[in-house]
Design a protein around this ligand. Structure first.
Ligand SMILES: C[S@@+](CC[C@H](N)C(=O)[O-])C[C@H]1O[C@@H](n2cnc3c(N)ncnc32)[C@H](O)[C@@H]1O
Length: 326
């Protein structure tokens, strides 16, 4: 399996899976084609209903087979297909969560406007599962900066960073700007994968993605100090992914703490890391002041500068305006 580590290999996943031993990888993540006639470079996204499901059953079973007993299995898709995938997975692994990722999806004809994708989260052996609770920053009013949620008399109990993350993810957006997109019709945001990886794996673990596209899972794994294995059918996407992997230099850490960031904010941390991480933040004397003040990274620390130089060019400080959001 060593020859597949930390690169994207061109080929059909059904063949490539045969080279991966059982119980050998820590996390498997799949973002398969949704059978919605998307315009991929080579792949034809239009199988018959039964044919699509039969094919999915093949690789879903392979994902479970190669995952370690302590490992996790994630599958991203539209709810319609996930209902079928669940009935397959229920026979071979253990249900942990159906994560609802709040992001607009394509209209499906006469229906409610689809507004979320699902990520099925299964584990191989519930007793051995590796899982870390994760936190995201408090949601705030964009104008005045106050917390959106009213904590009433419990403000002193506020966690300085933010709440534990639930199974509904509303703070991760699809890639909006073309300048951040590769020539691929359904590229996922890197910080979606970073969140999944932070919650289910440790440094140096192996993350396998059999539908690697242009390399989102690989980049997230590399930034977080994990190893990865990628399969992808299309030569053009394989080339883009491997080029990106080669040139990716950013490490998403503060000292030896792995985090996920977007623009100037850290947007996912592991709960167990907060004590060590808190020394890199200005924190208010009283917890209740978190209600009106977002905690900020200490600006003269080398870590803050590293973040600024990555995705963000300027330090756009929060402007406090009058707001009647309450
Ligand atoms: C939804 S996309 C994945 C996008 C990826 N998550 C990203 O962010 O770039 C699905 C990918 O699966 C690839 N694919 C389709 N059939 C495959 C097969 N049999 N083996 C390997 N890859 C396949 C397609 O070429 C496409 O790039």
């Amino acid at each position: 399996m060593q020859k597949y580590i930390n690169k994207v290999t061109k080929g059909d996943l059904v063949e490539l899976f045969k080279n991966i031993p059982s119980n050998s990888v820590d996390v498997t993540f799949a973002d398969p084609p949704f059978n919605l006639r998307k315009k991929y470079n080579g792949y034809k996204d239009s199988l018959e209903f039964e044919e699509y499901l039969k094919w999915c059953e093949l690789w879903i079973k392979e994902m479970v087979r190669v995952t370690k007993p302590s490992g996790s299995i994630f599958i991203h898709n539209i709810p319609k297909w996930l209902t079928y995938f669940s009935s397959i997975l229920n026979k071979h692994a253990n249900f942990k969560h159906w994560i609802s990722w709040d992001a607009p999806t394509s209209p499906m004809g006469k229906s409610l406007q689809p507004n979320h994708y699902g990520v099925l989260y299964y584990v191989k052996d519930i007793k051995q599962t590796k899982f870390y609770e994760i936190r995201s920053p408090h949601k705030r009013c964009r104008k005045c900066g106050y917390l959106l949620k009213d904590y009433g008399g419990k403000k002193n109990l506020l966690h300085p960073f933010g709440p534990l993350i639930s199974d509904v993810w509303t703070d991760i957006h699809r890639i909006k700007h073309n300048k951040y997109r590769d020539d691929h019709p359904c590229q996922l945001p890197i910080h979606l994968l970073e969140r999944i990886i932070l919650m289910s794996s440790d440094e140096n673990d192996v993350i396998l993605d059999p539908f690697m596209g242009t390399g989102t899972t690989a980049i997230a794994a590399k930034r977080l100090g994990r190893n990865f294995i990628g399969f992808e059918l299309d030569e053009k996407y394989v080339e883009i992914a491997n080029q990106k992997i080669k040139t990716e230099r950013f490490k998403s850490n503060i000292d030896d703490i792995w985090v996920s960031f977007f623009n100037k904010d850290i947007i996912t941390i592991r709960d167990i890391d907060w004590n060590a991480l808190s020394k890199f933040y200005y924190l208010p004397n009283q917890n209740k002041d978190i209600d009106k003040n977002q905690i900020v990274l200490i600006k003269n620390s080398k870590h803050f500068k590293k973040f600024l130089h990555h995705d963000l060019q300027k330090d756009d400080t929060l402007e406090l305006n009058f707001c009647n959001c309450a």
